[in-house]
Write a new protein. Structure first.
Length: 256
């Protein structure tokens, strides 16, 4: 009952819980993005003990990947005492599938300055339970619980949580667990019927000013389609204490 099983120092086997949503034989990329965040943090902790935090995660999705065994690599691109830039790659049979770059930063006490003008969304308790399997197939969508406040096509706020651990028998940070849910945003506020229009994302970039805490991850999401086959999913991310950062995904919009 995990998304990935570790096979070796750098290899992992994807379980049936990662399947879908455009094709159930392929991985929903969301858990893989969480896996890359986890291996970045694991590499960090093997090299240093000062707990730099990830403030930005930028993923480029280079192609689809079957539900199977994947390999990971991590490289420090810009080492530093208080700031690092790290790149991680997820590969399938020698083919790079996802590249992630993360800025890691030293923390310092700024509680007296903390605050945001980003707006909060209705809490999980004030949002209606919604079954996303009525729209999307696949093991990943089946594995999550969603509570949603629907506004209109392409506009919704919602909360997501999952009982499925990211990696078997390993401690995973709150950020890595949340990163395994980030990519669900594009489908929970769909602007078009996915049986009539494909709109997968090519990338995903997250900026965080607070690390996610708690089991619920909140999304305040808007989806826009342009007139030339390009779309954009924009999200303000929340935990139950309030906004924690922003996220964007560029889309390729393809009517069937």
């Amino acid at each position: 009952m995990t998304y990935f099983e570790r096979l070796g120092p750098t290899s992992f086997h994807a379980t049936a819980h990662v399947s879908g949503a455009w094709n159930e034989a392929e991985q929903h990329i969301a858990p893989a993005l969480g896996l890359l965040a986890h291996v970045i943090e694991t590499d960090r902790d093997s090299r240093r003990d000062d707990g730099l935090v990830i403030a930005r995660l930028s993923y480029d999705i280079l192609g689809t990947v079957p539900v199977g065994t994947v390999a990971t690599t991590v490289e420090v691109l810009r080492p530093g005492r208080t700031i690092e830039l790290v790149e991680a790659t997820l590969s399938y049979e020698g083919r790079a599938v996802v590249r992630a770059r993360a800025w890691l930063m030293q923390t310092r006490p700024t509680g007296e300055l903390a605050g945001s003008t980003l707006h909060s969304i209705p809490s999980p308790e004030d949002s209606e339970p919604w079954d996303p399997t009525t729209v999307w197939p696949g093991g990943f969508i089946e594995s999550v619980e969603v509570r949603r406040t629907w506004v209109e096509p392409g506009r919704a706020s919602f909360w997501v949580r999952t009982p499925i651990p990211l990696v078997d028998d390993e401690k995973v940070s709150g950020l890595a667990a949340a990163a395994g849910l980030f990519d669900i945003a594009n489908g929970m506020a769909a602007r078009a019927d996915p049986t009539e229009v494909a709109f997968p994302n090519l990338d995903l970039t997250v900026h965080l000013f607070t690390e996610p805490r708690g089991e619920w991850l909140g999304f305040d999401t808007s989806v826009s389609f342009g007139a030339d086959g390009v779309g954009l999913t924009s999200t303000v991310l929340h935990d139950t204490s309030g906004p924690i950062g922003t996220m964007s995904q560029i889309l390729t919009v393809r009517p069937f």
